[in-house]
Design a protein around this ligand. Sequence first.
Ligand code: MD5
Ligand code: FE
Length: 203
Amino acid sequence: TPEPFVPGAYLLRDFVGQQDQPLLHDLQRILAQAPWRHMQTPGGLTMSVAMSNCGKLGWVSDRRGYRYASLDPLSGLPWPKMPPSFEALAQSAAAVAGCEQFQPDACLINRYESGTKLSLHQDKDERDFSQPIVSVSLGVAAIFLFGGLKRSDPVLRTELTHGDVVVWGGPSRLRYHGIAPLKPEEHPLMGRVRINLTFRAAG
Ligand code: MD5
Ligand code: FE
């Protein structure tokens, strides 16, 4: 097991390696069934991150709040199945961080374009915080912001680049975190976007 960069958090640089193109191929199939959309916050704002989901559950936000739902509100159909390539990557990363039993039932897919940001927040909509979240970065590099367990705690920044995987477990599971506005850069495979896959045991 590598050293955590903060307690409970394992940054696996380019863990995706040569799996990036097969992953993107499977992603295109998901997006054909459950296209990108900008969800509304409970406060009525439109999120700048475009989202989709795959797996048994998908994270959704609207005027009623944040929650996991088994149906895509756009189609009324179940979310696309989680491809074996996604599940295998998430489970092998979790295992490297010592979580051998990780069984994700939700994969939230985030798309950032130039200027897109994700404000500081905690992930608290899952049932069991003892399960880690595994996040996979693809495309344009992002400045990842991570704070502490209180919103007022100091915020550290680190760059996440194409292929990086982070396993957020233990005491880091509930840290405040966000993404700084994406720089207008180009990635050879992905163009001017960053896509992040976050695997969760939500239900
Ligand atoms: C992203 N997505 O890069 C991030 C990766 C989200 C979200 O934050 O909610 O969709 S997940 C980063 C994460 C998850 C759980 C805990 C911590 C970070 N943390 O303790 O810093 O699109
Ligand atoms: Fe988050």
